[in-house]
Ligand binder design. Structure first.
Ligand code: FAD
Length: 524
């Protein structure tokens, strides 16, 4: 027997009280009014705890209701209804992609979580060849891996990616979507032609650079503040069949970053350029041997790292099987211009799909060891080029001298590929670096704990502030409007104006903690 609405409501109050969460909870009448809405899908008022979790695993806020939409109009009906309840209603609405946020950004304490994945499926993905400008229309709740599978059937693929593809279209477009292709194509938000959005007033709006452009740019990188993205038109390009995937090591940070910068600025270059930092790890080349081939096995086996910090440059070159010879020549020419440690050149050839879905392979292994669903106190920073050497000296030379608990990504991108009309906040310099400290915290105490990782994160952020590094956080977990204002700087006014236009009651994405419900001055 399903528990009654009243029972769920009491249970939620009890759980919130036990959890020590202070918040407004909608009363039973409000919840009944949701249950009475005529929808293609349905609301559930019980078993909502799965929507109170995310990848970060450090924040759990129970929603009052979960909307499983059967159509875009269900989302519009729900938002119109919540809007009609007015500013005194505490009800908020969070779109949830795949819940891969780090700190409750897709949660809604006592509010409604819209399970965007209910509206996905290959029948909702439409690939249009469109001559020179092919595109795919994808639901906001679709996973990028499914977008890839579908477009590959047409020999096409999106141009710009994230490292991990089990994220949703609406989720990454609400942040930026950055990976090793961003130097050429810009982040994912720079590769969208059109969006369909349900605003905080419940209006369904189609927008693009030509039509309702203010909402279009607001929503890209908009942290879910202006509307729920229900469809995105994503630019495609011909997909290569194969990828030459290369790794080389450096012990000198300056050579590593100069080479990275030279490669992202070069006319003829690699198709993907990233890098990561390796601290105090032994046997790194041995680990690579399971999936990569050394160029010179004898020299590789003799390699002895002379420092505790190494820097790995990771590159790919796309090719089709009839172009293998040309690819080899191009790769050889490009590598000859780099200053990596010669004995550390490793490579492998994999399909384009295998390369793009590479993090999922690690996910499967980590899940098997119980190491995926652990807390993830990640810190993602954007550091201007002019500060990266100072940053590295302090962070890799001092703060992280003993340990870190997860990969550290470090690669440059160029600002010219980021559209400054979107809501994404980046440093004010032509080249800036994405530096991701992707820590896992499997233990309750010691080096593998959340407390240890947070301590290191805080030291890094404090250093950036004290040394005036010009850093901006990506996927920022700020908790006060003051912090958000500082983050947006001169762009705050536009962000606030857009909020007032598209979500004046501050119903949407409460987990970002930017606008408490009904906090906007009504006269704005
Ligand atoms: P959610 O976490 O569910 O939502 C994120 C935010 O967007 C929330 O505020 C939510 O309310 C809002 N939202 C969700 N869907 C919509 C929608 N349709 N319309 C409007 N708002 C919406 N990011 C990168 O840029 N590059 C990477 O390489 C990268 N790698 C990652 C690897 C892993 C293993 C993980 C866990 C994350 C990675 N990310 C990366 C971060 C990723 O962009 C964020 O986790 C993002 O939150 C997407 O996750 P999601 O689709 O599950 O969205």
């Amino acid at each position: 027997m399903k528990p009654s609405l009243e029972h769920c409501f009491k249970l939620m109050l009890l759980l919130l009280a036990l959890g020590g969460v202070t918040m407004h909870v909608p009363d039973a009448d409000v919840l009944s009014s949701l249950g009475a809405l005529r929808l293609d899908g349905h609301f559930s008022f019980h078993d909502t705890s799965a929507m109170a979790r995310d990848f970060g695993n450090r924040c759990s806020l129970l929603p009052a209701a979960v909307l499983h939409p059967g159509s875009v109009s269900d989302i519009a009906t729900t938002l119109r209804h919540v809007f009609s309840l007015g500013e005194r209603s505490p009800l908020t609405v969070a779109a949830r992609g795949h819940g891969h946020s780090l700190m409750g950004q897709s949660q809604a304490a006592g509010g409604i979580v819209v399970r965007m994945e209910s509206l996905r499926g290959s029948d909702r993905l439409q690939v249009v060849h469109g001559g020179m400008s092919p595109f795919v229309d994808a639901p906001g709740g679709e996973l990028w891996i499914n977008v890839l599978h579908e477009t590959l059937k047409h020999g096409l693929a999106p141009k710009s990616w994230t490292d991990y593809l089990h994220l949703t279209v609406g989720g990454t477009l609400s942040n930026a979507g950055v990976s090793g292709q961003a130097f050429r194509h810009g982040p994912q938000v720079s590769n969208v032609n059109q969006l369909e959005i349900v605003t905080g007033r419940g209006d369904v709006v189609t927008c693009s650079p030509e039509e309702n452009s203010d909402l279009f740019y607001a929503a890209l990188g908009g942290l879910g503040q202006f509307g729920i993205i229900t469809r995105a038109r994503i630019a495609l390009e011909p997909a290569p069949k194969m990828v030459r995937w290369i790794r080389v090591l450096y012990s000198d940070f300056a050579s590593f970053t100069e080479d990275q910068e030279m490669l992202i600025m070069a006319e003829n270059t690699f198709d993907y350029i990233e890098g990561f930092v390796i601290i105090n790890r032994t046997g790194i080349l041995n680990n690579w041997r399971t999936s990569f081939k050394p160029q010179d096995p004898v020299q590789a086996s003799r390699f002895q790292p002379d420092g505790r910090v190494l820097y790995c440059l990771e590159l790919t070159k796309n090719f089709n099987s009839d172009e293998a010879d040309i690819m080899e020549q191009e790769v050889t020419a490009l590598l000859s211009r780099l200053r990596y440690i010669r004995s550390t050149l490793f490579h492998t050839d994999v399909t384009y799909l295998e390369f793009l879905d590479r993090v999922h392979t690690s996910e499967v292994k980590l899940r098997a060891q119980g190491l995926w669903e652990v807390p993830h106190p990640w810190l993602n920073l954007l550091i201007p080029r002019s500060s990266i050497q100072r940053f590295a000296k302090e962070v890799f030379g001092k703060i992280l001298k003993d340990s870190n608990n997860g990969p550290i990504l470090l690669y440059p991108v160029n600002k010219s590929k980021w559209d400054n009309r979107t809501s994404v906040v980046i440093p004010d310099e032509e080249i800036f670096y994405l530096v991701g400290f992707l820590s896992s915290a499997p233990s309750l105490s010691g080096h593998g704990s959340v407390a240890h990782a947070m301590n290191l994160n805080n030291q890094i952020v404090e250093f950036c502030e004290e040394a005036d590094i010009g850093m901006k956080q990506y996927l920022a977990p700020y908790t006060t409007q003051q912090q958000w204002k500082a983050h947006f700087g001169a762009r705050w006014e536009t962000f606030e104006r857009r909020k007032h236009t598209y979500d004046p009651l501050a119903i949407l994405a409460p987990g970002q903690k930017i606008f408490p419900k009904a906090s906007l001055p009504l006269s704005l």
